[in-house]
Design a protein around this ligand. Structure first.
Ligand code: NDP
Ligand code: 2IT
Length: 448
């Protein structure tokens, strides 16, 4: 283990003993605890208050059965989760993921990361995450609706606009949020901002759909500018082709870059002329088809089976926007060998720890997820504000606020790294800057 501080080491060892099977959660916790060494050394009162022990345990974990009937009349059963991690600085806030890989380890890692990310936005939001091992791929709209209704029939009793406000994540977009909102409203007889990512006609915020991808590019742009570089003329590779990837493509292109490769879990496409985000939107959001069908629109493009090979495509900037641990050491080596100078994470924890270290050691600018993909949840926070005010801001107004938030996140992250003697290490900077506000709130609120 690379944690040297005795207090933090003890906390981490406790986690490894209690949750030996929760690999993703341990991976996320180890990275944060490592970053906090200089902070904890400067604040002995944290140990006395058992602060870190409390921070690594969720306040509440809810697990439940989700029964539903498929189109053939057969009863299906999935597992549902909501991990309410930390409410020191605001109501629990974080997405719902529907993917067959979902388990308690994955939801805990996401919920833990969410606490620090939400803190970085500067908005009053605690951290949480949830989801199910349900796979929306290949299901009819009616099946997705029945699943969402069943999921909300249990979840509703744990959430609320001032308690816990879920949103989307992998496999949960506008369609799923709509069905869940409808069921919540029906059960509670209450029209409230209990979910974000809602449709515009029923309380959604303009620019929320675009926010994670746009925010990622605003953050990356700031990081590039601070190092004498820019998106202008750069070749960009984006993994994934979902919500985050599509709007990262649009914004990177607007900022002067060319997006030459994108992927899904089956494979990736390369189009040296630049991938039009509108084509990808049509394939993924309207047709719900595989990325391979891009060739029907652009026959001159190339399709390669298998998603991992995408890191071998030579580029200046790489934006991993699919899922956790999708960019391993071999991928990082290929990126460096081909001259890539910046990696910013759109997905949560997409880069493995050894790959992150390799990129940083080789001078690649590295934007960590908690900072670089915080634009989605930040705009969810703006959706909550609009719901509370009972009004709606224009697209331009929300986008301008998002831009300001991302610039501030970059500045605060870079400043925290420098303050603790790790200039340029934005991984440490994001963990420290996110931690400070939560720590201060928890110290004020007593042992709870
Ligand atoms: P979507 O469901 O819209 O898209 C997910 C994309 O990633 C798809 O292209 C999917 O391919 C691919 N993918 C998912 N799982 C895997 C896997 N195991 N292996 C390879 N590819 C995979 O999700 P989002 O775009 O919303 O989320 C992408 C990432 O961004 C996630 O890590 C999420 O946590 C993170 N994020 C999302 C935010 C948001 O606002 N939506 C905010 C901040 C972070 P396929 O269709 O083949 O499964
Ligand atoms: O990982 C994330 O930050 C999200 N999926 C968005 C969460 C939210 O509440 O908007």
């Amino acid at each position: 283990m690379s944690i040297k501080n005795a207090y933090l080491q003890g906390v981490y060892e406790g986690l490894t003993q209690r949750y030996p099977e929760q690999k993703e959660f341990l991976q996320a916790a180890e990275e944060v605890l490592e970053s906090l060494e200089p902070v904890v050394a400067a604040h002995p009162e944290y140990e006395a208050a058992g602060l870190i022990e409390r921070m690594v345990e969720p306040e509440r974990v809810v697990m439940f059965r989700v029964p539903w009937v498929d189109d053939a009349g057969k009863v299906q059963v999935n597992r549902g989760y909501r991990v309410e991690f930390n409410s020191a600085i605001g109501p629990y806030k974080g997405g719902l993921r529907f993917h067959p890989s979902v388990n308690l380890s994955i939801i805990k890692f996401l919920g833990f990361e969410q606490c620090f990310k939400n803190s970085l936005t500067g908005l009053p939001m605690g951290g949480g995450k949830g989801g199910s091992d349900f796979d929306p791929h290949g299901k009819s709209d009616a099946e997705v609706m029945r699943f969402c209704q069943s999921f909300m029939t249990e979840l509703y009793r744990h959430i609320g606009p001032n308690t816990d406000v879920p949103a989307g994540d992998i496999g949960v977009g506008g369609r799923e949020i709509g069905y869940m909102f409808g069921q919540y409203k029906r059960i509670c007889n209450e029209f409230t901002g209990v979910l974000t990512g809602k449709g515009i006609p029923y309380g959604g915020s303009l620019a929320r759909t675009e926010a994670t991808g746009y925010g990622l590019c605003y953050f990356t742009d700031e990081m590039l500018k601070a190092n004498g570089k820019s998106f202008q003329g750069a070749k960009v590779v984006i993994s994934g082709s979902g919500n985050v990837a599509i709007y990262a493509n649009q914004k990177a292109t607007q900022l002067g870059a060319k997006v030459i490769a994108m992927s899904d879990s089956n494979g990736y496409i390369v189009d040296e002329n630049g991938i039009d985000y509108k084509v990808m939107k049509e394939i993924k959001e309207v047709k719900r088809a595989r990325i391979k069908t891009y060739l029907d629109y652009v026959p001159s493009a190339k399709y390669v089976e298998g998603s991992q090979g995408i890191w071998n495509v030579a580029c200046d900037i790489a934006l991993p926007c699919a899922t956790q641990n999708e960019l391993p050491l071999e991928g990082a080596k290929a990126l460096v060998a081909n001259g890539c100078y910046a990696v910013a994470e759109g997905a949560n924890m997409p880069t493995t720890p050894d790959a992150t270290a390799y990129l940083q050691e080789n001078g690649v600018l590295f934007g960590p997820a908690k900072a670089s993909n915080a634009g989605g949840v930040a705009t969810s926070g703006l959706e909550m504000s609009q719901n509370s005010l009972r009004l709606a801001w224009t697209f331009e107004e929300v986008d301008a606020r998002l831009h300001d938030i991302m610039v501030n996140i970059y500045k605060n992250t870079a400043a925290a790294a420098e303050e603790y003697g790790m200039k340029g290490n934005l991984v440490a900077g994001a963990n420290i800057a996110g931690f400070q506000k939560i720590a201060s709130a928890m110290m004020s609120q007593g042992v709870v």
